[in-house]
Design a protein around this ligand. Structure first.
Ligand SMILES: [Zn+2]
Length: 312
């Protein structure tokens, strides 16, 4: 009985979750460690029905006029960020000075960290896909909801279902991207898990993103963390415009980082397979094809001016 009570106390303290957390893995690691839990075996919340990532069928996404452009603050602040190989990905620890609001979000959210998912094989690496097409990588900027900034008193607050806001950017091959080089350069220093370093050069979040004008087009749905414990607490934003890195910069992640201390297993294919939509609705901000009314307004403006002047 005492043992049972002790076990219950441990479980309540979250010790079970944390010890189990060390043991989950991606499929590619299973070859070297047959005892680890691959995505199909993930437990915790991972078998529930509001999971991520998903395939986004762009023509089926519903236009939602609430999905206004984001307001970014602190995204222009440069820093020599701390970078960690946490055994699953490379994680950049942010200093809590960057925030997002608007963009259809109910409150203000604080950026806490960013990390990536990738592959070295063509046509895979991202977690989300757009119309069945995967990109080489996906970058996630993770934000935590700021308590007390909620605009409504919806039930959302009680269920915590939007406690985390992740901005997701697909990454594809393109020209050399010098803004990403401070992060790419840091990889050599953190090849083994649980190692960390500091970037040698300063970089801001805006430096890493596509140009701001293109951040107006995005998809929105409610989902989960894509790693155990797969908590269903995430409001997802997947941007239409990809980040572009040179193929050598993309390859550096798979080449320099390892899952294991012995440096036998290159860190690659660290993405969760697609999850079912399970009846959820994916929304989109003003879609590109909807630019037509705007173009018409521009064309009509001189005519309207003429009419106005004419009537004076
Ligand atoms: Zn992620």
């Amino acid at each position: 009985m005492q043992l049972l009570l002790a076990l219950l106390a441990l479980a309540a303290a979250g010790h079970w979750a944390s010890s189990a957390d060390l043991h989950w893995c991606y499929d590619i690691q299973k070859i070297h460690d047959s005892s680890c839990l691959a995505p199909e075996q993930w437990e915790w919340n991972c078998q529930k029905k509001r999971q991520s990532p998903i395939d986004i069928k762009t023509s089926e996404a519903k236009v939602n006029s609430d999905l206004s452009p984001f307001s970014f603050s602190g995204y222009d602040k440069k820093g020599k960020w701390s970078v960690t190989n946490n055994g699953h990905t490379v994680m950049v620890q942010l200093d809590g000075q960057a925030w997002i609001e608007d963009g259809g979000l109910d409150s203000k959210y604080q950026a806490t960290q960013l990390h990536l998912h990738w592959s070295q094989e063509p046509g895979k690496g991202s977690e989300h896909s757009l119309d069945g097409t995967f990109k080489a990588m996906e970058m996630h900027i993770v934000h935590q909801k700021k308590r007390g900034t909620s605009r409504s008193r919806r039930a959302l607050q009680d269920t915590q279902e939007d406690n985390i806001a992740v901005l997701a950017f697909l990454v594809e091959a393109g020209p050399q991207n010098d803004n990403f080089q401070p992060l790419v350069n840091a990889l050599s220093a953190i090849s083994k898990p649980k190692s960390n370093t500091t970037m040698a050069e300063e970089v801001s979040l805006f430096d890493l993103l596509p140009e701001k004008e293109k951040l107006k087009n995005y998809f929105r749905y409610l989902g989960s963390l894509t790693t155990p414990s797969c908590d269903e607490t995430v409001v997802w934003t997947v941007f239409q415009e990809p980040i572009r890195l040179h193929s050598q910069q993309i390859f550096a992640f798979s080449e320099k980082l390892f899952y294991d201390d012995q440096k036998k297993v290159n860190m690659t294919n660290n993405f969760r397979p697609l999850q079912l939509l399970e009846g959820r609705v994916v929304y989109k901000s003003r879609a590109p094809e909807q630019l037509l009314p705007l173009a018409l307004t521009t064309l009509l403006a001189p005519a309207l001016t003429y009419l106005t002047v004419g009537s004076l």
